[in-house]
Design a protein around this ligand. Structure first.
Ligand SMILES: O=C(O)CCC(=O)C(=O)O
Ligand SMILES: [Fe+2]
Length: 390
């Protein structure tokens, strides 16, 4: 039997094989050297080059980082106490933070931290399972819920594992052949309480998320419930458990590459390890100092388009750690697939013409999910592609 094992000169049998093998090797070496990765690094650290970022996208060494309590902190206590004047001040704080940072933190939000402790413990049990176990509930392009460990952001592989579930329990969308595709959440058999603790955290954070959706809407001068019909019956919200394993080369990779969240808003919690970085207006990456008592809110692309650029969906990314694992839990608040997105007419006039063309949310989300799944070799879809005069 003829066998030609890669790397063992199998091509000696067929000179053409040697030629093709050498050619492929030289192409790979060229790509690596273009990206600034020497073969020594790849061989010694055993990092799959699919994870390695081009030098301009790599994280900065920690000593030159600015770590800020930085992004604005907003106290929700007056809202919970039904204090009208205090709530009006919160609305103003939200408007200012959304214009200047696109990010803010909420304290005194009323959610018991114990609920978060419980999710983190169960999530860690899940991510510690053997890969074959986790892959039993693996996400596919056709079934976009469950476990996934090969997500791409901007065509580079993220150093993370995720578990996704939709907050309504099932997701309905039009399949390529036009039929209705209905997918239910996939929960693992073990750990048995993962589902219960996730559901409890979901219920609690959804309450805050919809309150913030209304305050953001008010802050634009629109009636508080203006956008509610887009979310009422068929939202496409989903929650994600992010797990970032320790990484032998944290200076070459990212847990999540720079990106903007595409929905209306995101409610995020990160553990005490930290690693979330937000791009400030001046282009500087700012590390968000972990606060156990805070929910991080970021304004997504939808509010940028609805507000015709008054509010910004800001770029953010995740740096990983050489020695510590890290976890975070985002809840993405997304409207129904049928939603058409455009700058809100009430906010436009002759001096403020629309800056974006209308697009369909379901189509946008589908294109984005596909690009997270496989390398499309083009920039991921973004709202800047829909800007008028772009
Ligand atoms: O892990 C984090 O802190 C942020 C994750 C994130 O930005 C995302 O999942 O979209
Ligand atoms: Fe994000």
């Amino acid at each position: 039997m003829i066998s030609a094992k890669r790397g063992e000169g199998g091509g000696d049998i067929f000179p053409i094989c040697t030629f093709i093998y050498k050619y492929c090797e030289s192409l790979q070496a060229k790509r690596r050297s273009k990206m600034g990765i020497s073969d020594v690094v790849v061989n010694e650290l055993k990092i799959d080059p699919a994870f390695v970022l081009s030098p301009e996208f790599r994280p900065k060494p920690v000593e030159v980082l600015k770590e800020l309590d930085g992004i604005p902190v907003i106290d929700l206590a007056p809202l919970l106490a039904n204090d009208e004047k205090g709530t009006q001040i919160i609305v103003e704080q939200i408007a200012k933070a959304s214009e200047e940072w696109g990010f803010f933190q909420l304290i005194n939000h009323g959610i018991p931290i114990k609920l978060l402790d419980d999710v983190e413990v169960e999530a860690l049990k899940f991510f510690s399972l053997p890969l074959e176990e986790k892959r039993k509930i693996r996400r596919t392009l056709e079934h976009p819920l469950g476990y996934f460990d090969t997500e791409l952001t901007q065509n580079v592989r993220d150093w993370k594992e995720v578990f996704d579930f939709v907050t309504r329990g099932k997701l309905e969308f039009a399949a390529a052949d036009g039929t209705l595709n209905v997918q239910e959440n996939k929960w693992p058999e073990s750990p048995p309480f993962l589902k219960d603790v996730c559901e409890a955290w979901k219920e609690a954070t959804l309450g805050v998320a919809y309150k913030i959706l209304e305050l953001l809407t008010l802050s634009l001068g629109l009636p508080a419930t203006y956008f509610n019909p887009l979310f009422d019956k068929e939202d496409t919200n989903f929650m994600r458990l992010n797990y970032y394993p320790p990484c032998p080369a944290p200076d070459l990779v990212l847990g999540v590459s720079g990106h903007k969240d595409s929905g209306a808003l995101t409610v995020l919690v990160q553990d005490e390890v930290g690693g979330l970085e937000v791009r400030r207006k001046d282009g500087e990456w700012i590390r968000v100092k972990p606060r156990r008592d805070a929910l991080i809110i970021n304004v997504g692309d939808l509010f940028q388009v609805w507000s015709n650029d008054r509010y910004k969906s800001v770029e953010h990314r995740v740096v990983v750690n050489e020695h510590k694992e890290r976890s975070s839990i985002p809840l993405f608040i997304n409207p129904s697939n049928a939603t058409n997105v455009f700058p809100i007419p009430e906010l436009l006039d002759a001096q403020h013409p629309p800056k974006y063309r209308q697009y369909n949310w379901g189509d946008f989300l589908q294109a984005l999910k596909t690009s997270h799944f496989k390398n499309m070799r083009v920039e991921n879809i973004q709202i800047s592609h829909l800007a008028i005069n772009s």
